[in-house]
Design a binder for this molecule. Structure first.
Ligand SMILES: C[S@@+](CC[C@H](N)C(=O)[O-])C[C@H]1O[C@@H](n2cnc3c(N)ncnc32)[C@H](O)[C@@H]1O
Length: 199
């Protein structure tokens, strides 16, 4: 895969059995009845949030660039839900379109691309959210004081830059948090931005 940390396996192992991300649950709640609509899970990882979206009744497109994404994500989903799941195993850099969606979720994934790729991905995300449709956007970004912020392969955003990304959307929540913690790679300073918005 281009443009990202090469080996996500330690992350999948370390987070196996973790609860569904709170931001994803907020997005599901805010979006209401799926009514046959599509949810897009960008950087779907091991598929935990894709499985939660399916359980909530969504059709789901799960995209992840790490090798083995198809098998990994499908394995996380009960067989009865798999007919509403499609998986795209590709990097954000290789993305050239996104379908219209009722919910776009990207958990701890969008920062892992260079700024010029991020800009392109973001424009595809915004294009998937029809204005006035009520579609929900929920993403985590990293702030400039994150330990990883100096990595040129990553993209960070200040709070104001994050707010600007949401221009034209109704902001439901925009939360900035800093804490000392650990990643699979070891101790780090986390500077996180959680965005929740409605088209
Ligand atoms: C930190 S994990 C997050 C997984 C899951 N969304 C979660 O919240 O636990 C980041 C995921 O994004 C994927 N990813 C990172 N950079 C990517 C890129 N540039 N293109 C596609 N997928 C990417 C990785 O393969 C990995 O599965």
């Amino acid at each position: 895969m281009n443009d990202v940390i090469e080996d996500w396996e330690p992350f999948y192992t370390a987070t196996a059995g973790s609860p569904v991300r709170a931001l994803c649950l907020l997005a599901i709640d805010a979006a209401g009845d799926p009514g046959g609509r599509l949810a897009v899970d960008l950087g779907a990882g091991a598929g935990r949030e894709s499985a939660a979206l399916l359980a909530a009744g969504w059709r789901v497109l799960a995209l992840d660039g790490a090798a083995g994404a198809h098998l990994r994500i499908e394995a996380s989903v009960p067989p009865a839900d798999r007919n509403r799941l499609s998986v795209a195993e590709q990097s954000f850099a290789a993305l050239d379109e996104l379908p219209e969606a009722g919910l776009v979720y990207a958990g701890y994934a969008l920062p892992f691309q260079r700024p010029e790729v991020f800009a392109r991905t973001w424009s595809l995300i915004r294009g998937a959210l029809r204005p006035g449709s009520g579609a929900i956007l929920a993403v985590n970004l990293f702030g400039p004081r994150d330990t990883w912020a100096d990595d040129p392969e990553l993209t960070t955003h200040s709070l104001e830059e994050a707010r600007a990304l949401l221009d034209g959307l109704q902001i439901l929540a925009l939360r900035e948090q800093e804490r000392e913690g650990v990643a699979v790679t070891g101790p780090k300073h986390w500077h996180e931005l959680d965005l929740l918005a409605r088209a």
